[in-house]
Ligand binder design. Sequence first.
Ligand code: GLN
Length: 456
Amino acid sequence: TQDCVDAVAAGDALNAYCAKTPEIALEQAAAADARLASGDAPDMCGIPLGIKDLFCTKGVTSQAASKILSGFKPEYESTVTTKLWDAGAVMLGKLNMDEFAMGSSNETSVYGAAVNPWRRKGSDAPLTAGGSSGGSAAAVAGDLCLAATGTDTGGSIRQPAAFTGTVGVKPTYGRVSRWGVVAFASSLDQAGPMTKSVRDGAIFLNAISGHDAKDSTSANFDVPNFEAALTGDIKGKKIGIPREYRLDGTPAEIEKLWNDGADMLRDAGAEIVDVSLPHTKYALPAYYVLAPAEASSNLARYDGVRYGHRATLAKGEGIDDMYARTRAEGLGPEVKRRVMIGAYVLSAGFYDAYYRRAQRVRTLIKKDFDDVYASGVDAILTPATPSAAFGLGEMKDADPIKMYLNDVFTVTVNLAGLPGVSVPTGLDAQGLPLGLQLIGRPWEEGEMLNIASVLE
Ligand code: GLN
């Protein structure tokens, strides 16, 4: 903990932390020492972590990287972080992210972008650590913590993990409580671990999983020991390669990584089969209808009355001006875009054409996966991202749709509520990390991580 506290304090060139909590860290570390000495020490005891700014941490600023939550210090602790502290883990601080987790490059943050510790060969140009959990990925890859929490609504754990050579686990929807996690799109959001190895991911996932009466979508299932599932034995496992994920324009290096990954699994005794997920091409458009729809409803609470920023009113202005100006001043352009798209697709005149249709597409996407799993497939292998980390500023001012295309391999997993993991599997010609994604059967995170461990 002391080493991490020092590294974080020494300056954070990666802009990974948006709040540093060294006093809390050292106090928790001392308590962890005592627990270790007494022999009552769970696996997470004494492990220094960074916490994504989306998690409410009692008495510590939790702003979801938005101006509208300026100075907001929650009165309560999220279930995920409560479980971590109960297990003896240590909080180094809060981690940078895209505003309200909307983005793929961490560039929508009120704190500015997190920076990837990796660079292209022979270049100093800063690269994105991905998003929205960019601060989490940068902190883990840059040795500013041992592991971090992330959240994933459409890829925000898996894409930053792939861009930074780390492991990111998006659990089955309902495995991890969303209580105390600032809501983006509630039917898609899941919290999960970002770690340096698959084994760390399994241990971390065990610490945060389980039923929570405070989250009505939390599943009341037993949580298996995910670490115990890491036998490395994948003989006879059936791994599906979905043909619809072979997209035009995918760089040759990503194609090669994907083929190499399949070879690694085959060499370890798995059977590789061609599968079809026919509705894949509708996933991204459906996601970018459904996620903004839910966001427009969830973000309605930021009105300047209850939390954070409130616009100063001029003489003669009333409450409507206060709402409008607070939101105009407090929310960034990407968040405003999503709220407007969401309000539009939910409006009486367009609900059937957009929202209802997207919900139908979501059902079909889920059915695609159900059919593949019903045929005996144990997990599905795809690339995690369509490219390696891009340069900061390269995509930001481009057409927002270009940024949305980053999520092409990851959003299906959220739409179907499935577990997914991104594993660092190789480097591109520029020396940048690339990740593969394994999609597991629902509630089979252990098996998914066991297969992923072969790719590491
Ligand atoms: N990049 C996606 C978006 O902007 C995913 C974000 C996320 O998973 N939180 O919606």
